[in-house]
Design a protein around this ligand. Sequence first.
Ligand code: DP6
Length: 381
Amino acid sequence: MLTASDFVPAKYDLQTVDTGCVAWKCPSNIALVKYWGKRDPQLPENPSLSFTLDACATATKLSFSKRACPSESVSFKIFFEGLEQASFRPKIAHFFKRISAYAPYLNHFDLRIDSRNSFPHSSGIASSASGLGALALCVMSLERLLGEELMAEDYFYQKASFLARLGSGSACRSIRGSVVVWGADPQIAGSSDLFGSPFPHRLHDCFKHFHDTILLVDKGQKQVSSTVGHQLMHGHPFASARFSQARAHLTALSQALKTGDLKAFIQLVESEALSLHAMMMTSDPSFILMKANTLQIIHKIRAFREATGTHVCFTLDAGANVHVLFPAAEKEIVTPFITNELIAHCQQNHYICDRLGMGAVPLSDTQMLAAGIGQGEDPAD
Ligand code: DP6
């Protein structure tokens, strides 16, 4: 079993690299079994499982230029959609500090980060999973250039996920695979608290290309940051019952994903979403993050499912937006229902059509240009 010390690089050769750049596109993910509650250093109180998204993604380019002398802390500039973003600095600086023991070579470079999201910034969709996932992968690509060219593929992705986790827990589930488990579970081979890993079983065909239409009910800033939210689970009266429930849900959901039991899938996924919100409603202080429109949508989804025998269901993040999940085979009947019945409950009728994706991909120079993130700037400028 890997431990954190396995991710401290044994050696790296600073002579191999002077300047250059690497780039990755990393998707967001939606948890079906939720991570809500953590302990230091960013370890989950229960295992979680997510669907990797496809359309919602962040493209990030990391340009590096060797410094004459190493800096005390990582020297970097951050540009988002072409503009320097001072407001992003604290989160990135915190990330670099957290990963310093595992990526000590970063202090030997001036870095420039150029990032762009495929989804609108003010959509209420958190970009920390895709953003920190993409950045962690760029860091690993740099590590590989520093002499670890023969680095095993598994190690590369496990460490990328490990680093991403230190930035934001859920980011570790965005790196590789379409269904990802994070958190040690005796029944999931290879699972770890330290990083996310692909669901180790064959996914039943009915989940292939599964759709996730994200209804933007509230595009504002999150009312409760994840950091505050996770803290609410410390001393929460239902904490231990919740963590046991999540473990049981993971076991049952794994079975449903293997066998294609859509009925069980729906029951588990909706229960997880409502349990997450129940935790927030019963914490101190308490939060009600669903809006009237969230509830209207939930009621309509349940009524439509009942009336049509389709397998459409919902899940929620820590906010008011609704993820509408359904099998690709039911697209013809579910899509008109979404457009005719549900979109009216969204802010400015906005929604995003997404589906199950495969994980992050490296970007070539041409792809970087196409993503609008490659102008070849010098990080030291
Ligand atoms: C409700 O990963 O955003 O989306 O580790 O503090 O960055 P930090 O939290 P974060 O929490 C995600 C919470 C969730 C459920 C989930 O994605 O599992």
